[in-house]
Write a protein that binds this ligand. Structure first.
Ligand SMILES: C[S@@+](CC[C@H](N)C(=O)[O-])C[C@H]1O[C@@H](n2cnc3c(N)ncnc32)[C@H](O)[C@@H]1O
Length: 423
């Protein structure tokens, strides 16, 4: 299995390191940026989706990253991606709430994990974080993960085995809040991570398990949990206690046709400057008068013409000669390009990047237009743009940036601490 291909854990396993898909492998089937599934490859297996029927048989031996077309002949396709902890977090079956990329990245960095580290984790939950912990400590380290729910502990054990991680992770069923970590682990951990309802109860046991300069982290959804944990950390001799709320703000960035909302001058074709302008100093020496104040400020204003969006404005090249008339159809290709681009930014939940679902007509699967572009098209019908120049609003193609509407909000607080050993 190849969750760890970036490390030397696969050394000696030539078929795994060659990058070819084998029977038994976990493959991430990519239909679109928001539509991926984990599939275990079997000789007789079949993957069905709206793009067709795919027999696993034809995947075996293909390199990871291959684009494969459906066996049902509709021209649909999927991509077969190599599993990674990042992808696994996006596709795993949720047995509990899980940690996502932003928190996981913070945890792995702040716990200072590296190959060879020994980590204690509780609870295991769905194993989302555990996969990243294991990859960080591979190939010589170890993750001991504790879960009190028997079914979850069993499922996690099976999954780690299936993913070829058994040598690097041990799952134990244990009530960590009541019993603490086993004494056999005292003094042996480089880092401890807790995602439990009452992490403060585990702090004394964590203190006993950490090596000198070991790192501690607890994830808690509520600030009251943070308060109790930090109190317990201080009482147990931890230092450098710090709490973060990790919020990720995603931006939609795409090139689109938009009204600027300001009156811009008709773009002029650039004329090559014949002689380099003498500098003010040189001009003074040569007796050439300085540029008049008004003219200077006008050109400065032109250079920094305010636009409503803080983005680069790119009038189409033909604007100067055609008067930038969208209704003459001079720029429809650009608009089409944007429609496709919008579906690719992740706002289109249909996922399949414009490929036809089995049996569907091209019209039926046309990606939905972004609300803004649709509105602009309507306005365009009402406001002829045949004349450029001052006083006329203009539609321009520009790179448009705005916070994504579906940004992930509060998930929890991460409290980190360090355990020094006092002489
Ligand atoms: C939110 S989940 C952890 C999710 C995990 N961090 C992930 O990314 O998939 C919390 C887990 O802690 C387990 N748990 C709760 N109390 C526990 C305890 N006292 N001892 C051990 N595990 C416990 C729960 O059964 C649950 O599976």
């Amino acid at each position: 299995m190849n969750f760890l291909r970036c490390t030397d854990i696969t050394a000696g396993d030539s078929s795994s390191s060659s990058g070819a898909i084998r029977e038994g492998d976990c493959v991430i089937v990519y239909e679109g940026i928001n539509t991926m599934k984990a599939v275990y490859v079997t000789a007789k297996g079949r993957f069905d989706n709206r793009f067709g029927i795919f027999n696993h048989k034809s995947w075996i031996g293909k390199p990871y990253g291959s684009k494969v077309t459906s066996d049902s002949g509709h021209g649909g396709w999927v991509m077969l991606l190599r599993p990674t902890p990042e992808l696994w977090t996006q596709v795993l079956r949720h047995r509990t709430q899980i940690l996502y990329l932003a928190d996981i990245s913070m945890i792995v960095m702040h716990l200072d994990l590296q190959p060879g580290s020994v980590v204690l984790e509780s609870g295991t939950g769905s194993g989302s974080l555990t996969h990243s912990l294991v990859r960080a400590v591979a190939p010589r380290g170890h993750v001991h993960t504790f879960e009190f729910h028997a079914g979850r502990a069993e499922d996690a054990t099976g999954e780690f085995k299936q993913h070829g991680l058994s040598k690097l992770v041990t799952v134990m069923q244990r009530n960590i809040e009541e019993q603490g970590f086993p004494e056999t682990l005292h003094g042996g951990a480089d880092a401890i991570f807790l995602d439990l309802p009452a992490p403060h109860k585990v702090v004394p046991s964590a203190a006993a398990c950490l090596k000198p300069n070991g790192r501690f982290c607890a994830f808690s959804p509520c600030i009251e949990q943070v308060q109790r944990t930090t109190e317990a950390l201080s009482s147990s001799g931890f230092t450098d206690v710090i709490t973060y709320e990790c919020l990720l703000r995603e931006y939609d960035v795409h090139r689109g046709l938009v009204y600027t909302g300001v009156e811009l001058e008709r773009p002029q074709p650039k004329r090559p400057r014949r002689d380099p302008k003498p500098s003010t100093f040189a001009a003074a020496e040569q007796g050439i008068s300085e540029q008049p104040r008004e003219e200077a400020s006008a050109s400065a204003a032109e250079e920094s013409a305010p636009t409503e969006a803080s983005v680069k404005v790119e009038p189409p090249a033909e604007a100067a000669t055609t008067g930038f008339s969208m209704q003459q159809g001079s720029d429809t290709s650009g608009l089409e390009e944007e429609k496709a681009g919008i579906s690719g930014t992740g706002t289109d939940s249909s996922g399949g990047e414009g490929q036809p679902p089995a049996g569907a007509t091209a019209e039926a699967v046309k990606p939905p237009l972004g609300a803004e572009v649709g509105k602009l098209e309507q306005q365009q019908q009402l406001t002829p743009l045949g004349v450029g120049g001052l006083g006329v609003r203009q539609a321009l193609r520009m790179v448009h940036c705005q916070p994504a509407r579906e940004a992930r909000g509060h998930t929890g607080y991460l409290t980190f601490a360090r355990k020094f050993v006092c002489g």
